[in-house]
Design a protein around this ligand. Structure first.
Ligand code: FAD
Ligand code: UDP
Length: 412
């Protein structure tokens, strides 16, 4: 069925058993589960003018299906996540490939045996590959930090090359930090791969929703117990009640339209935003996207080209590779990473993971600990660098937990 939309001003909050803030994967999966498994009447409030969060896609003026908030490729080792979403979409078998533009020469990323031949020439690469295999094993993934810790001079040469030509400039552009300054888990997402496999991900399940992500979300939120209010910001419609006037006093209730809402409230936006940044803003990186359309079948040699040594943008994506769309025009998108400074005009895309920021997040999170019906969930509300599959798995678990606690009111 189609999604039921309503104007927040017109709804009666007494008609709902649960409230979900945000309609990205965290919000949409939870809303669906609460409605379908628990028979709850779910109100989804979403501040944007559309559903699907950062996975939102739509056709541009040239008729090309484009992603509006960065290129999204679904990949997972979780059969649960893949099968769950398969209820709402058919999957294509797309396998993502990324090339680094290395001063005009393309080489595969993650840096692998094929990249090594391009960088060092076949003969020297053969020797280096042998040494890498002897040290780490064949078909193994090694993080740039592990590689840089090697003392052998030839391995150090590979490490220096990859560091200088794949990681350094790209990471500086993306984070405003060097690879040493970002959390090790960030660069570990793209290891050196001792393999001829040129794919960006090796997960068991990979693909794209054949009709796009927005259609997938329409199918997920199209349920007779779910109502979606677009253009509705949580902080404008929630009245927060605290134990005292102290700025660290815990949240004891959330009132909506004058009533304390006692059903589950799943919150998938940034936590600092909910509390009007009272302790200061949680740091994020934002992005600007610049699109170009060409009268060509294809413009790039792969789905994404990373600019690891030149240009101000980090990467360029050509959507037709991802979606499999055919036709004589094509649209590409360049990504420019920026500091996140203005919530009114920018979107917080990447949490900046470090100890100080985790502490600041913890201070916000503690405000919510005493409110038993409040569930922070997803990449923003948990201030983490989650892929879509992880968010889906977590949302399924959260919905189970919520439904269990409704069935066992005395357990808490
Ligand atoms: P979101 O998708 O951000 O959804 C949150 C929703 O809540 C949004 O719709 C937002 O408008 C709404 N909201 C926020 N605050 C409020 C508020 N106060 N009131 C009301 N509504 C609110 N993952 C992959 O697996 N593969 C990829 O290829 C991939 N590529 C990515 C590329 C980029 C550039 C980025 C930034 C992320 C990428 N991801 C990818 C990660 C993916 O986007 C996230 O895992 C996923 O979107 C998380 O879902 P979510 O529901 O937690 O958050
Ligand atoms: N990275 C890099 N060069 C590359 C690809 C990735 O330096 O060619 C680093 C960079 O710090 C980036 C991180 O690895 O932020 C993770 O890359 P990924 O492609 O997973 O980023 P995402 O798609 O999440 O933006």
């Amino acid at each position: 069925m189609a999604v039921t939309y309503a104007d927040f001003r017109a709804i009666d909050i007494a008609d709902f058993d649960a409230v979900v803030v945000g309609s990205g994967f965290a919000g949409a999966v939870t809303a669906r589960q609460l409605a379908e498994q628990g028979g709850l009447r779910v109100l989804v409030i979403e501040k944007r003018a559309h559903i699907a969060g950062n996975a939102y896609d739509e056709y541009d003026q040239a008729g090309i299906l484009v992603h509006r908030y960065g290129p999204h490729i679904f990949h997972t080792n979780s059969q649960e996540a893949y099968d769950y979403l398969a209820r709402f979409t058919e999957w294509s078998g797309y396998q993502h490939k990324v090339l680094a533009d290395w001063f005009g020469t393309y080489m595969p990323v993650p840096f692998n045996k094929n990249s090594m031949e391009i960088a060092f020439g076949a003969e020297k690469a053969a020797r280096l590959i042998e040494k890498l295999i002897a040290t780490f094993g064949d078909e193994r993934k090694v993080t740039i930090n592990e590689l840089r810790a090697q003392e052998d001079p030839e391995l150090a040469e590979v490490a220096d090359f990859v560091y200088e030509n794949v990681f350094l400039y790209y990471t500086q552009k993306q984070w405003g930090l060097t690879p040493e300054e970002v959390d090790p888990s960030v660069t570990a997402r793209v290891p050196v791969f001792i393999s001829r496999d040129d794919r960006y991900f090796q997960d068991t399940y990979q693909g794209m929703p054949v009709d796009g992500y927005t259609r997938l979300f329409e199918a997920m939120l199209g349920h007779d117990l779910i109502t979606v209010c677009l253009g509705t910001e949580a902080e404008s419609v929630f009245e927060l009640v605290f134990a005292s006037g102290d700025e660290d006093a815990p949240l004891t209730a959330i009132r909506i339209k004058g009533e304390a809402f006692e059903g589950p409230i799943v919150y998938t936006g940034p936590l600092d935003e909910l509390f009007l940044a009272r302790f200061g803003r949680l740091p994020y990186r934002s992005l600007d996207f610049v699109y170009e359309t060409f009268e060509e079948d294809y413009h790039l040699p792969a789905g994404t080209v990373n600019y690891t040594v030149t240009e101000d943008y980090t990467r360029v994506t050509e959507f037709k590779w991802l979606t499999g769309q055919k036709g004589s025009k094509t649209t590409i998108m360049k990504e420019y990473s920026r500091a996140y400074e203005d919530p009114a005009t920018q979107i917080p895309y990447y949490a900046i993971i470090n100890g100080d920021n985790a502490d600041l997040y913890g201070r916000y999170r503690r405000l919510t600990d005493a409110l038993p019906n409040f569930y922070p969930l997803g990449r923003l509300a948990e201030y983490r660098y989650f892929n879509m599959d992880k968010v889906v798995v977590d949302a399924l678990a959260a919905a189970d937990r919520i439904l269990w606690s409704l069935d066992h009111p005395d357990a808490a």
